[in-house]
Design a protein around this ligand. Structure first.
Ligand SMILES: *[C@@H]1O[C@H](CO)[C@@H](O)[C@H](O)[C@H]1NC(C)=O
Length: 385
């Protein structure tokens, strides 16, 4: 078919061509203005972004990462001896109930370690189980360095937390974003994506005892926290520490403290940064090891070769059932019966995640059937009349 040079077809083609032309111009204008705004955003990032990063809206959004599956840290791992399947069962149950993603770092027995792999300075009296415990923590530090995350939260497998722990960590994040006890201002990178900052090697969120550096005990950051345990749930040592940080009796059960880590004991729950993992490998493997992992870490903090913070009262604490189950060091032969999970206890926490899970999953199935059957029965009678 030949196109007529003029006529009705041409009259209809013209507007179509015009419209297509307009669309093309519009698209190219839009994409160029898009790339303009992108390039101008990158070039002025330093100026405009840092103001945004300081805004309350941004800080609050970043603190909300505490509600994610790794509590605002890069990932969470937990250390558990391969044979403690009882504790692993509990950890899977707890993690799932709280929407947490945990990875297992297998505990190490220590008896099979090559003498060549044992660091310098290990005291004669150190038990194989203590060496194994140290080894598992080192494996966790290496896990962080082998991955591309900024921070790693490390749990031991016998811990508990207050059911409101995510709120506690959200508040901690806001406090750390506006921390007065940092030595340096947060970088834009930290402000952008590190809910807890990155100015530390170790952040103790679950220690069993904290002792202040006498020289610097007045530089603690203290805030109101409704999820702090009352005095009767505090260990005497924790109470003493809080007083040492300047809290008075009226503050107990109301305030939480963040202070430079100095004489902190227990590695129930702590986070590390990449630099922290490097420093820990340096001071507690490469250069030697002088005590059980938590004691040696504490010593290195006192020596000043690590920088960290301790949260008191802690957000995580050991769960104790009594008897031989509380320790991986006791041999089965020495077995002593404990109270069992139903009657286990934590210290320094306001509530118990373990209790919360029991309450939440508790079911009285037939009672529910009875109630619903009765309701339906009444309904059926009413319908009949
Ligand atoms: C949780 O938030 C942190 C900090 O932004 C992030 O690094 C991590 O990937 C998040 N975790 C998950 C499971 O999304």
């Amino acid at each position: 078919m030949n196109f007529p040079k003029s006529g009705p077809l041409r009259a209809t083609l013209l507007p179509v061509v015009l419209i297509i032309g307009i669309i093309i111009i519009a698209i190219s204008y839009h994409s160029s203005s898009f790339s303009d705004s992108r390039s101008s955003a990158t070039s002025s990032a330093a100026a405009s972004n840092s103001a945004d990063l300081l805004s309350a809206t941004h800080q609050e959004a970043l603190a909300k990462h505490a509600y994610n599956a790794s509590l605002g840290f890069g990932e969470i791992v937990y250390i558990s001896m391969p044979e403690r399947t009882d504790r692993q069962d509990a950890m899977s149950m707890l993690a799932s109930a709280f929407g947490l993603k945990l990875k297992l770092v297998p505990g190490v027995r220590g008896t099979g370690m090559s003498p060549k792999a044992i660091p310098e300075g290990v005291p004669e009296r150190m038990q194989p189980s203590e060496l194994g415990c140290w080894r598992a923590h080192v494996d966790a530090w290496r896990y962080l360095l082998d991955s591309d995350i900024d921070t790693l939260l490390i749990f031991e497998d016998d811990l508990d937390w207050n059911p409101n722990v995510k709120k506690t960590l959200e508040t901690l994040s806001l406090q750390m974003q506006n921390s007065k006890i940092r030595l340096t201002e947060p970088s834009n990178y930290e402000r952008e994506r590190a809910p807890y900052g990155l100015d530390w090697d170790v952040l103790y969120v679950g220690s069993c005892k904290d002792g202040a550096n006498p020289e610097f005990k007045h530089i603690a950051q203290i805030w109101d926290d409704p999820d702090v345990p009352d005095i009767e749930h505090l260990k005497p040592a924790t109470l003493e520490t809080l007083h040492d940080y300047g809290l008075v009796d009226a503050d107990i059960g109301r305030k939480r403290v963040l202070a430079p880590a100095y004489w902190t004991l227990c590695t129930t729950a702590y986070a590390i940064t990449r630099q922290g993992a490097q420093r820990l490998l340096l001071t507690m493997s490469y250069l030697g090891l002088h005590a059980a992992v938590d004691n040696d870490m504490s010593r290195i903090f006192r020596d000043g070769q690590l920088r960290g913070y301790t949260v008191t009262p802690p957000a995580f604490s050991q769960f104790r059932v009594g008897g031989s189950k509380d320790s991986d060091r006791v041999k089965l032969g020495d077995s002593v019966d404990g109270k069992g999970n139903l009657h286990g206890e934590n210290a320094n926490l306001k509530g118990s995640a373990r209790q919360w899970v029991q309450d939440t999953l508790k079911l009285d199935n037939w009672e529910e059937y009875r109630r619903i059957r009765d309701e339906k029965f009444v309904e059926a009678i009413e319908n009949r009349s």
